[in-house]
Ligand binder design. Structure first.
Ligand code: SF4
Length: 396
């Protein structure tokens, strides 16, 4: 692990990296490339500055809680110490005010006990591990709507070291990717972005860097996975990841990303970040989501795939996957999203969708089978033609 004083280094220089060889989850040799000649990003990465940062007393019991506080204070942001282990002062007079206050608040807390017991997360990974909950972006289709209770405050976990140490007990017990012949070579997989966006918070927490290093030093068949709509990757380029972290970039066609993804990096910025990580030897991926059949969708998604092709051009030993996820919503997420974004133009018309029932009878609204079939056939065909190096992990 990195000494604490280094964890306070919140500047993100493009550090020259010495070429080094190591082994990935399958035992294959992975070369961390010399990045000294890599061009800097076109413009500085977008970073969130919370208006209010609070820390609960329990956060002070953990070294990583102190690291986060020092990191935040080094950025010139004051940290308010709460008297009890519950968040207060977030609700405003109206729902809009509550949303705005919550979305601009960062809370340094500990992981709830229920979250410390990991659950399978199909189809992405064997296990879901949470290092934070909440996200400062404003996607009008946000996956978190309806999943989280209370105002959408971003909570980051101070007990990171304990969370990472506990992962050992899940090794070799995976039932999702570990049981699929096509993905068993990934080892036991851990998904760390179900309830947050890692790169939106990394400059404030340093948590995902430590996680990448933890997996890099974990001499076992394991994979850390996370997906992001941000592009602030410089601090990851020189890490000893040993090929055990796959970073996926959530991308979409122009009409979706430009209209519905407020506060995120642009798609070209995300693809540039993906290229930089791939050049640094990371396995990378695309999360194309949420796929929507808007007018002219073939042209728009075709342009996206061409952008991806350009972004990965000439990368030696490229390891690129794609996860394809169509737009869906539940009655609960629809209600929350319409509260957050009352003027949204996002299509959430139940009448034009098919109903799908989950394991416990929960309903979700998906595109009708004919539309799904058309989308799927197009994506699978075009990915093969335009990006022959890509490996599609799943369609849903
Ligand atoms: Fe929600 Fe992801 Fe957008 Fe954050 S980046 S607002 S988690 S959809």
């Amino acid at each position: 692990m990195r000494p604490d004083d280094e964890a306070l280094d919140v500047s993100v220089p493009l550090a020259p990296v010495v070429a080094a060889a190591s082994h990935d989850a399958s035992g294959e040799q992975v070369v961390t490339r010399d990045l000294s000649g890599l061009a800097p990003p076109a413009r500085p990465a977008k970073r969130w500055t919370p208006r209010r940062v609070v820390a609960v007393p329990a956060a002070f019991d953990h070294p990583h809680g102190h690291r986060i506080i020092e990191r935040v204070e080094a950025l010139g942001i004051g940290v308010e110490r709460l008297r009890a282990n519950r968040l207060t002062g977030v609700r405003g007079d109206t729902d809009r005010e509550t949303y705005a206050r919550a979305k601009s608040t960062l809370a340094i807390v500990t992981c709830p006990p229920s979250r410390r017991s990991l659950q399978p997360i199909a189809p992405s990974a064997d296990w879901r591990v949470d290092l934070a909950e909440g996200c400062p972006a404003h996607c009008q289709y946000c996956y978190l709507a309806g999943s989280l209770s209370g105002p959408p405050v971003t909570r980051v976990y101070a007990d990171l070291d304990d969370i990472l140490t506990d992962l050992t007990s899940y090794l070799g017990r995976g039932t999702v990717t570990s049981r699929r012949a096509a993905r068993a070579d990934e080892g036991t997989t851990f998904e760390a972005s179900c309830y947050t966006d890692p790169l939106a918070l990394e400059h404030l927490t340093g948590s995902w860097r430590r996680a990448v290093e933890h997996f890099g030093a974990w001499d076992a068949a394991v994979q850390l996975r996370w997906t992001t709509k941000y592009a602030d990757v410089d601090s990851f380029l020189g890490l000893p990841h040993t090929g055990r972290t796959r970073v996926r970039f959530s991308v979409n066609a122009g009409p979706v990303s430009e209209r519905f993804e407020g506060g995120t990096a642009t798609v070209p910025e995300r693809l540039d970040a993906m290229r930089r990580l791939a050049l640094a030897g990371y396995p990378v991926g695309l999360t194309i989501a949420p796929i929507m059949p808007m007018p002219g969708w073939r042209g728009h998604y075709g342009a996206l795939l061409d952008r991806v092709r350009d972004a990965v051009d000439g990368i030696d030993r490229l390891d690129l996957t794609a996860e394809l996820i169509t737009h869906r919503f539940t009655p609960g997420s629809r209600e929350v999203l319409l509260g957050w974004y009352p003027r949204t133009r996002l299509d959430m018309d139940e009448a034009s969708r098919s109903r799908k029932f989950g394991r416990f009878g929960a309903v979700k609204y998906v595109y009708p089978a004919a539309v799904m079939g058309e989308l799927r056939a197009w994506f699978e065909g075009e990915l093969t033609d335009r990006l022959p190096a890509v490996r599609v992990l799943y369609w849903t």
